[in-house]
Design a protein around this ligand. Structure first.
Ligand code: PRX
Length: 654
């Protein structure tokens, strides 16, 4: 690696005592995986995970791309996350430092968490939930949310967590898609001082049809707010768990047993249920939590993600608990009661490793620049040792601010690239080994065969952009799309790419260092505040408003704070509206999308035209729409456009 391209060498303090200390140690791991990938991961699987029955084979490629890892081994994820720490005499260690929206703090030890998990697991069994059943969890950030996931894992039920910001319709689709037997929810959630409905949305989902498989709805009482109650189906969590004992023999499952489904957006059709395994996933979660965050026994880790997303699965519920760490779980939002909340919590809980999203950082920069009181320098952040970033590209300016003002110039930033499908980190610095370049996620995690190739799967030279692929399987990888193996093959292992895993992102490697930079999605997937949204999904939601909408096209527009925003171009059934009328209909359509998908999918910008720009063969010219959304001068050739006059209409903002 050339010296001049590296902006931030590894600080001595970060290298000292690190799990992976120094570049030679990183390269040694990479070489070990190169020599024998199966043996490398098998070694880690034995070191990091406790098996009931040891596996005899590591990687099975015979059914590629349906790869299997550690298949004849048996284990239980919740045993690994809870019991084994208690058995090793660490039951009194704090597992979760929970801070509620209103600032109340509670501490849950590993022994407590085990007992709570067992009680709920027993309650689920008493309600008839069995190994292999699917359970939907629609919860806010809470200890109970983590317990619900662990309880499912304990009895071999496959959980499918649905983010609390999704609508009744989305919830219904996920319940129906998974054929779930139970929903675990809360009466309401508390965020930013507001009580927001959860149970009421479950109720609404149930009326939409397709949820007949649900036998019970278990409700955690969070706020005590008024909710509708169906005595034939609804049960209070505290009443169900009170009756239960606090031990529960774990259900030992095969390594390939599906631990969870997590729905995520693709470029076409409805969201897909990404299916993860138990053994391989847990190995990846435990190893990456340890190495990427260099987590040590005395650390206080805080991942600000929601358990509704994959980051909350791997780096809250499974990774940190699997390795017996202490972590903060936060119910609220970064801006309540003010935008100093994150910094105050780091100070109060002496957080040493902090993991958040660039959108949060960018919005907190704005707030800090406006008010000294919420600037990180107004807080004592000296407990911090390592910072992390996830979910979207972090622009160098935000990186530098994070480094200087949050990390005091001394904390390495791990910019972790990965996806719902990958289960764990794919390309990321290791804080004690990798020199940093702002804006680059640097080098592959040891054992991950990431590469940049052209459309036929051939490597492109460094310095040239291409498709990001992973050439060899890894333990935490997606196993299937629930109920749709064909879509799994087509989406992730297209035949022209030589059997490589296609991430769906573009990437470029630095000519000198080989460092990876992610250049954004190559498909019609948007990333809004680190949330993944399919443009087609939003388009279908819009055209399902059949009373108003004739045609819709959705594109992303770069945004300084949220990365991208959603911009929708609409042709109405009636005449094209202008002025107040246009604004009124735009609001109606936004609310419609919120109802169909969830508030996170609301288009920020809605424009109306008599038509959409199309080629003579009738294809919507999305590239052109992207330029219009950005208010750019049109440089594309519009001579093939059937209806050039609509461009001016679509340039008009509402
Ligand atoms: O486009 C990449 C972006 O987020 C996508 C994955 O989204 P999701 O499955 O929701 O998982 C998010 C949390 C892991 C990727 O295809 N992405 C994620 N991390 C980064 C990123 N883009 C750039 N840099 C990152 N560190």
């Amino acid at each position: 690696m050339s010296e001049e391209a590296i902006n931030y060498p590894v600080p001595d303090a970060a290298m000292k005592g690190a799990h992976v200390s120094g570049m030679p140690a990183y390269l040694k791991l990479v070489a070990e995986a190169d020599v024998d990938l199966g043996a490398y991961w098998a070694r880690l699987a034995r070191e990091f995970v406790s098996w009931k029955t040891p596996f005899t084979q590591s990687l099975d490629e015979s059914g590629a791309p349906f790869f299997k890892w550690f298949e004849d081994g048996t284990l239980n994820a919740s045993y690994n996350c809870l019991d084994r720490h208690v058995e090793r005499g660490r039951g009194d260690k704090v597992a979760i430092l929970f801070e509620a929206d209103d600032g109340q703090v509670s501490r849950v030890t590993y022994s407590d968490l085990l007992a709570r998990t067992c009680r709920l697991a027993n309650a689920l069994k008493a309600r008839g939930v069995k190994k292999g059943d699917r359970v939907v969890i629609y919860m806010s950030m809470s200890v109970e949310g983590v317990v619900a996931m662990q309880a499912c894992a304990r009895i071999g039920a496959t959980h499918s967590v649905v983010f609390g910001g999704f609508s009744a319709q989305s919830l219904r689709d996920r319940i129906a898609g998974a054929g779930a037997v139970m929903v675990i929810t809360a009466d309401e959630q508390l965020r930013g001082g507001k009580q927001l409905p959860l149970k009421a949305i479950v109720e609404e989902a149930m009326t939409l049809g397709g949820c007949e498989s649900i036998k019970d709805v278990i409700v955690y009482r969070r706020t005590g707010g008024q909710i509708a109650w169906d005595a034939s189906r609804d049960r209070w969590m505290h009443e169900e768990t009170e009756k239960q004992g606090d031990t529960c023999e774990p259900e030992w499952v095969g390594a390939e047993h599906p631990l969870f489904l997590l729905y995520t957006s693709g470029s076409t059709g409805k969201p897909k249920g990404v299916q993860h395994s138990t053994g391989g996933y847990l190995v990846q979660a435990a190893v990456s939590t340890t190495w990427t965050f260099d987590l040590r026994d005395e650390d206080v880790f805080w991942c600000t993600a929601d358990i509704g997303w994959v980051t909350g699965h791997t780096y809250i519920t499974y990774g940190p608990l699997a390795i017996g760490a202490t972590q903060v779980v936060f119910e609220g939002v970064p801006t309540y009661p003010d935008a100093g909340r994150f910094w105050k919590m780091i100070q109060d809980h002496k957080v040493s490793v902090f993991y958040t999203a660039p959108t949060a950082i960018r919005s907190l920069i704005k707030a800090a620049e406006a008010s000294e009181a919420v600037h990180p320098r107004s807080y004592d952040l000296t407990s911090l040792r390592i910072l992390g970033s996830v979910g979207e590209p972090i622009n160098p300016a935000a990186w530098e601010w994070y480094h200087q003002h949050v990390g005091g110039g001394r904390c390495p930033i791990v910019d972790t690239f990965w996806q719902t499908e990958t289960g764990g980190h794919m390309i990321t610095p290791l804080p004690g080994a990798t020199p940093l370049v702002p804006g680059s996620c640097t080098l592959p995690f040891p054992g991950i065969a990431a590469a940049v190739v052209d459309e036929t799967g051939n490597d492109v030279p460094h310095g040239q952009g291409g498709l990001l692929v992973v050439k060899k399987p890894w333990p935490g990888m997606i196993r299937n799309i629930w109920g749709d193996p064909e879509r799994f093959k087509v989406s992730y292992f297209p035949p022209e790419l030589k059997g490589y895993y296609l991430a769906g992102d573009g990437s470029i490697r630095d000519a000198k260092t080989g460092y990876f930079t992610i250049t954004g999605r190559i498909d019609d997937v948007l990333n809004v505040s680190g949330h993944r949204m399919g443009t087609m999904e939003i388009e279908s939601a819009l055209v399902s408003c059949t009373a108003l909408v004739a045609e819709a096209a959705v594109v992303g527009r770069p945004d300084e704070t949220t990365g991208e925003t959603i911009c929708a171009f609409i042709v109405l059934k009636g005449p094209r509206p202008t002025g107040d009328e246009a604004r009124k209909i735009a609001t109606e359509l936004r609310n419609w999308v919120a109802k169909e998908i969830g508030p996170i999918a609301k288009p920020k910008d809605i424009r109306f035209g008599d038509n959409l720009p199309k080629t003579r063969s009738g294809k919507i010219m999305r590239r052109l729409l992207r330029s219009i959304a950005k208010d750019e001068a049109i440089t594309q050739d519009t001579s093939t456009l059937e209806n050039p006059a609509v461009l001016e209409q679509l340039m008009e903002r509402n």
